[in-house]
Design a protein around this ligand. Sequence first.
Ligand SMILES: Nc1ccn([C@@H]2O[C@H](COP(=O)(O)O)[C@@H](O)[C@H]2O)c(=O)n1
Length: 289
Amino acid sequence: MVPELQKATVRIRQPERVRGIIQALREQGVAKLQVISDFDMTLSRFGCNGRRCPTSHNILDTSRVISEDGKKKLKDLLHYYYPIEIDPNRTLEEKRPLMVEWWTKAHELLVQQKIHKSDIAQIVRESEAMLRDGFKEFFDQLHKNNVPLFIFSAGVGDILEEIIRQANVFYSNVNVVSNYMGFNDGGVLTHFKGPLIHTYNKNNTVLQGTGYFQQLSTRTSIILLGDSMGDLTMADGVPNVENILKIGFLNDKVEERRRKYLDSYDIVLESDETLDVVNGILRYILTQT
Ligand SMILES: Nc1ccn([C@@H]2O[C@H](COP(=O)(O)O)[C@@H](O)[C@H]2O)c(=O)n1
């Protein structure tokens, strides 16, 4: 069916169920399909040559437009809050207020840096941002088949859009909801536009008023791509879901988090820096029989 599912990085708790969902997605056809994806560490790489790749926040935090003092403070926040974000022993209820705290403090520090809108393209060009191997085939397949791709990100929208633009895959079928920067008339960052999106509120509550999923009410087949427990709720606002395939990238603390990921995602990809499996599934679904 999908040869890529034999890769050593693939783990599936219920293979028969997964086969059934993939078959149903194919039978329902391309006209009913939409893809909902996280960005950081899902469409972008987690690591490269033994080093961590930056998130959209990290790209900004470590860039030349941030003062040394600002960089230190942002790094301290990361070192304090990231272990909390990925801690498998804390509940989502415990994590939520702490994530709001992290994002709020980080955004306040960024606003103090007087970042210019016109610097963003260069900041991204100079960064180590990397999309996962196979990204071109992924974006191209969806675009050619008019399949909507909804990127739901707790990162920085302006940065991630620029990454996708510089990779030449920001096609008309791509829609992004994320934390966007607000600039004054002089092009200087003054605030982040609301509602604040963090790892654990990626659901309908922050999509109120966008009408995005309502416009796609005939797209009842879903492929969801994520890398955290928070990403599992990204499709909650989609009306009348018929079939949903949840694919999770397990990037960090693999052994500790494996059980939770296997219980929550249909397919778990362990330390896999590619989109091979996703592309294989899309090829199978999008191939007309
Ligand atoms: N100041 C921050 C805040 C968050 N992050 C990381 O960005 C990721 C974005 O969230 P997604 O759920 O959309 O992937 C998140 O995993 C945080 O670790 C950051 O680096 N700096």
